[in-house]
Design a protein around this ligand. Structure first.
Ligand SMILES: [Zn+2]
Length: 70
């Protein structure tokens, strides 16, 4: 399935908020250390793409990572 336009937007702009078709499938704490934070997993209901979003609890910076499936 091709990536939908909303997911294309996330890929271009890693600090944008979740788009409307994303649903949270998982949330877990990162192990301690320098990169503390929470990792959310999302699945796009429009194109099926799986994303993970890591949020640093100190800086509140987030970034999107695609988990491409074959
Ligand atoms: Zn999508």
């Amino acid at each position: 399935m091709p990536m939908c336009s909303a997911c294309h937007g996330l890929e271009r702009e890693a600090h944008s908020p979740a788009h409307a078709a994303l649903t949270i499938t998982d949330a877990r704490k990162r192990p301690g250390g320098l990169a503390r934070g929470v990792v959310f997993r999302y699945r796009c209901v429009a194109c099926g793409l799986v994303w993970s979003r890591a949020t640093d609890t100190r800086t509140l910076e987030s970034s999107w990572l695609t988990q491409r499936t074959a």
